[in-house]
Design a protein around this ligand. Structure first.
Ligand code: THG
Length: 292
């Protein structure tokens, strides 16, 4: 899988001050560490960045490019900040993101064309976040059609089903997985991506990793092309690179409805099985799902 590092983001507790004070040292270090961890791209998440967005994105792109040639994902809802990033980027960037809302598509698709950038198409419309795989499919089709109208080829579009937290939106988890499978039919040449860590937002910090990794196995099986991930979860990277095939096979058995006997498994394997059962909706989510 193609991996995009999530760790340069304005929500970060560790980097908050560096972002606030525009201190390039910690930012450079984080970019280098993500490159060393094997990321294929780095997400630059500056949030809504209402004030000074363009100037900030320009600065950030340049700082990161001092230490790595990896392509960058320009993650902000500020349209002018996206354009500043497109201008500063030396390697072909990814616009993160364009939703199916007409005013967003009309502003950003010509920009993608002008700067020859690819973009993440977010399955989000004026009606809000879709409720199931079919509604996601409709959103994706709208984005694909609009992009075609702007002369953007399908392979430059990375569709994102918008992963929601399992602790509050357990019912939505399956909708995203199913959608990834559908996308292969709707738009075979397009790519797919997602913010994987969204799934464990609000989950106890020490348990976020296993939730993220188990969901990655599920999405990967359905053909997810890429994901925005925690660059420092080594086991997650090993899964994405296909180095944990036995573990994947175990989770696949749960996905196929097999009754797996947990008492014969190691603690780690049992944890993956329990987590897969929660993500499959077979067991209701609770913070203590691994202890049951
Ligand atoms: N789709 C697209 N882009 C996205 C998302 C998406 N960008 C943002 C987000 N979702 C993906 N990136 C992150 C980055 C950090 C975290 C989650 C998703 C995260 N961070 C920890 C926290 O907030 O508790 C730790 C922060 C820290 O470093 O201190 O959870 O869905 N297209």
């Amino acid at each position: 899988m193609f991996l995009i590092g999530e760790n340069l983001n304005v929500m970060s507790k560790r980097l908050g001050e560096a972002f606030q004070g525009r201190d390039p040292g910690p930012i450079r270090q984080m970019a280098e560490a993500q490159a060393a961890a094997g990321m294929d791209m780095i997400d630059l998440n500056i949030g809504p960045a209402r004030k000074a967005g363009p100037d900030f994105m320009d600065w950030l792109v340049k700082v990161v490019q001092e230490v790595t040639e990896l392509p960058l994902s320009l993650d902000t809802s500020n349209i002018e900040a996206i354009e500043a990033g497109l201008k500063a980027a030396k390697t072909r960037p990814l616009i993160n993101s364009i939703s199916a809302r007409p005013e967003r598509m009309e502003a950003l698709m010509p920009m993608a064309k002008k700067y020859n950038a690819s973009f993440i198409g977010l399955t989000l419309s004026t009606e809000g976040i879709p409720r199931d795989a079919n509604e996601r499919g409709l959103c994706a089709a709208e984005i694909m059609a609009a992009a075609a109208g702007h002369g953007i080829p399908d392979e430059d579009i990375w569709i994102d089903p918008i992963i929601l937290p399992v602790n509050t939106q357990q019912i939505q988890i399956q909708g995203c997985t199913e959608f990834v499978m559908m996308l292969a039919d709707i738009a075979p040449a397009s790519k797919s991506t997602c913010g994987l860590s969204n799934v464990s937002n609000g989950v106890p910090a020490n348990l976020r990793g296993i939730m993220n990794r188990t969901y990655l196995i599920m999405l990967k099986r359905y053909g997810m092309y890429s994901a925005i991930v925690d660059a420092f979860d080594g086991e997650l990277i090993a899964i994405a690179r296909g180095r944990m095939s036995e573990l994947e096979a175990l989770v696949h058995r749960v996905m196929d409805g097999e009754s797996v006997d947990i008492s014969r498994l190691s603690k780690e394997e049992a944890d993956y099985v329990k987590t897969a059962r929660v993500l499959m909706g077979q067991v209701l989510y609770s913070d203590s799902w691994l202890e049951i």
